[in-house]
Design a protein. Structure first.
Lengths: 274, 271
C-alpha cells in the first residue's frame, strides 16, 4: 500500500489489458465508472476480448460492447431501466456476436461470498426448477449433507480489475461511496486490482470508508466521472444524454457518438442541470 | 365514478393486493408497482416497508416518483442500506417479500421468461435485459405476484421459450407459484395450477381477453367487473404520488412513450 497512488485517467486505463475480466462498479444508471470507460475508448489501442463482470450493466457497458471490446458478459441485467434496452448489447446478442454468461443476483452474490470465504462455491436454493442450469452447464448441484436437499453450488467469482467511482477518495486509496452500494464493497475485495475514480480527492479520509486503501491500486481524480449516470447527491441521471446515446445507436450512428463522447469537449455541463 | 386511466386502475389494483405490515420488494424499472405500493402506504397500509433495488435499502417513508432523480426517494428516505450481496443472500431469504414481477412471457401455470424470445439461445429473436433475481426469488418465495402492462399473445403464451421465473411447476421444491396477475385487461389468480380470470376491467369483455391470451383461460364462477378507483385514490396518485406520470411509461409504447419521457426529464431539469 503506497502512501500516494494518485495517477491520471490515462495511466489508470493502462492497467486494463487484453483478455481481462473487468468489474464495473455501481448499478445500471447509478455511479458507473464512465470516465474510465471513456478513457479506454480514447486509448490509441483499446483493450480487446474483455469479459465484463457487472452486477447490473448499463450505459458504460453498452459503450464497451458497441466499441467491440467485449468478448463475454457476466451480469444479471443489461439494460437502461426505464430508458429501455441497451441498444448495442441487444443488437450484438441478437446476432450471436457476444458470449452471454447467464447470471442472476444470487449467482453473483454467492460467487463473491465464496471467493471472499476462500472456498470453491456457496450453496443456494436459487435456480432450482428453472432453465438456468441448462443455460449454465458449467454449474453443478450439491446435496446438503444435513437435510439431503439438492442445492445449486455457485462457483467463486474471479475478477482481474475492478473500477469503482467514489464520492471522495484519499491519496492512499481509501474511498467513500454513497449508499447505493450495489456490490461495490465486495467487488473491491474480490478483484485482483482496483481503480478508484472519485469526484473529490482529499489528503486523508479519517472515517466512514467503504473501500480500504489495502486493496486499491490506483486513485484518479475524475469530477463528474459518473455522468451521464448519476452520482447522488452530487448530480442526477443525465437523462437527455442517455436519450442522445439511444438515438445515435438506433440510427446506426454509434461510431459518431463514440467520436463525440471521446472528444475533449464532451462531458457534464452544469448549465444543463439548472 | 371518477375519470381514470388504465394505468391508474392498474396501480389501484396493485395497491389493493398490499396487506398492512408487509415488506414490499421493488425491482428495476417498475413504476406502476412503486406507485401501487406508495398508494397502499398512503391509504390502508401505513405500516408497510419497501425494499428497493435502487439503494438496496429499507424505506418506511414516501416521496413522489421520478426518473432521473429517483435516488432522492430511495437514498434520501431509506433507514438502512445493506448493499446487493446482503440483500440477495440475507434479506430476501429472511423476509418473504411481496414482489410484483413483469414477465416477458408467461404461461398458464405462471412460469415466466425474461431471458430472450425465440427458440435459439445463441441467436435469439430478441434478447431481453436478463432475469435479475427472478430465478432466485421465485424458486422459494410464497409471495409472487405478476403484472403485464400490455396484455397480448406475445406475452401470454402456450409454451415459454425459456423458464426463468418458476410458477406452479412440478419442479418446485420450495415456495409457491404466482398468486395473482394484473394486466391492462383484467385480474387473474391460479386454481389447480392454472391461470383464471377473476375480473375484467371496465369496457373490456371476456372474449377479448381470451382472444389476446395464447392459452385456454379458466374463468372464475363469480367473475365480475373490476371495481374502479375512488376519487381519493385518483387524487393521491395524480397530486402526491406520481404527479410527473412516471407510471404511464410502462403502459405506453413508441412515440407516445418517448414524448412522455422527454417531458418528465425536462421537468426534472436533465434534458
Amino acid at each position: 500500500m503506497a502512501s500516494n497512488q494518485l495517477m491520471t485517467l490515462a495511466e489508470a486505463a493502462e492497467l486494463i489489458q487484453d483478455g481481462m475480466t473487468i468489474g464495473l462498479g455501481g448499478t445500471t444508471l447509478y455511479r458507473r465508472p464512465v470516465a474510465l470507460v471513456r478513457e479506454l475508448l480514447r486509448r490509441p489501442t483499446p483493450p480487446r476480448d474483455l469479459t465484463l463482470l457487472c452486477f447490473t450493466a448499463g450505459y458504460e457497458s453498452d459503450l464497451l460492447v458497441g466499441a467491440g471490446l467485449v468478448k463475454a458478459t457476466r451480469t444479471c441485467y443489461f439494460g437502461l431501466e426505464i430508458f429501455g434496452l441497451a441498444p448495442m448489447f441487444t443488437e450484438a446478442a441478437n446476432r450471436g456476436a457476444i458470449q452471454i454468461i447467464e447470471e442472476t443476483e444470487a449467482s453473483i452474490a454467492m460467487g463473491m461470498r465464496a471467493k471472499l470465504a476462500g472456498v470453491g462455491f456457496m450453496p443456494s436454493f436459487a435456480w432450482m426448477g428453472t432453465d438456468m442450469m441448462r443455460l449454465r452447464p458449467d454449474i453443478k448441484t450439491i446435496q446438503d449433507p444435513y437435510s439431503d436437499e439438492t442445492l445449486v453450488a455457485f462457483p467463486a467469482v474471479d475478477c482481474d480489475v475492478a473500477v469503482i467511482h467514489a464520492l471522495v477518495a484519499d491519496r492512499r486509496g481509501n474511498a467513500r461511496l454513497n449508499k447505493n452500494y450495489g456490490v461495490d464493497r465486495e467487488l473491491a475485495m474480490v478483484a485482483s486490482s482496483i481503480i478508484i475514480t472519485a469526484e473529490t480527492i482529499v489528503d486523508k479520509l479519517e472515517a466512514d470508508v467503504d473501500i480500504p486503501a489495502l486493496v486499491t491500486n490506483a486513485v484518479v481524480h475524475a469530477p463528474y466521472g459518473a455522468w451521464p449516470t448519476s452520482c447522488y447527491p452530487h448530480y442526477p441521471v443525465g437523462g437527455g444524454e442517455l436519450l442522445r446515446y439511444i438515438d445515435a445507436c438506433t440510427s446506426q450512428a454509434f461510431d459518431t457518438y463514440r467520436s463525440e463522447m471521446t472528444a475533449e469537449t464532451w462531458g457534464y455541463s452544469p448549465q444543463i442541470m439548472e | 365514478m371518477p375519470d381514470f386511466t388504465i394505468d391508474e386502475l392498474m396501480v389501484v389494483c396493485i395497491a389493493r393486493q398490499v396487506v398492512d405490515g408487509e415488506v414490499l420488494a421493488q425491482g428495476l424499472a417498475t413504476p406502476l408497482v412503486v406507485a401501487g405500493y406508495l398508494l397502499a402506504q398512503a391509504t390502508h397500509a401505513p405500516n408497510c416497508a419497501s425494499a428497493s433495488a435502487i439503494g438496496q435499502g429499507l424505506c418506511f417513508d414516501r416521496a413522489p416518483l421520478g426518473v432521473a432523480r429517483i435516488e432522492e426517494l430511495w437514498l434520501g428516505k431509506s433507514v438502512m442500506h445493506v448493499g446487493f450481496v446482503a440483500a440477495v443472500a440475507e434479506l430476501l431469504p429472511r423476509f418473504h417479500l411481496k414482489e410484483f414481477f413483469r414477465p416477458g412471457q408467461v404461461d398458464a401455470a405462471g412460469n415466466f421468461n425474461n431471458i430472450a424470445f425465440g427458440e435459439s439461445y445463441e441467436r435469439p429473436r430478441m434478447r431481453l435485459p436478463g432475469t435479475g433475481g427472478i430465478p432466485d426469488v421465485t424458486t422459494h418465495s410464497n409471495n409472487i405476484y405478476l403484472y403485464v402492462p400490455r396484455h397480448s399473445r406475445v406475452t401470454f403464451v402456450e409454451k415459454l421459450d425459456f423458464v426463468s421465473g418458476l410458477g406452479h411447476s412440478p419442479a418446485r421444491t420450495r415456495g409457491h407459484g404466482a398468486r395473482y396477475l394484473i394486466s391492462d385487461l383484467g385480474q387473474f389468480d391460479w386454481v389447480n395450477g392454472r391461470m383464471r380470470l377473476t375480473s375484467y376491467h371496465p369496457e373490456v369483455d371476456i372474449q377479448r381477453i381470451q382472444a389476446k391470451t395464447g392459452f385456454e383461460l379458466e374463468i372464475a364462477p363469480d367473475v365480475h367487473e373490476t371495481p374502479p378507483p375512488t376519487a381519493e385514490e385518483v387524487r393521491l396518485l395524480r397530486e402526491e404520488i406520481d404527479p410527473l406520470g412516471v407510471r404511464r411509461l410502462e403502459t405506453l409504447g413508441g412515440t407516445a412513450r418517448r414524448d412522455l419521457l422527454r417531458e418528465i426529464l425536462a421537468i426534472e431539469g436533465v434534458l
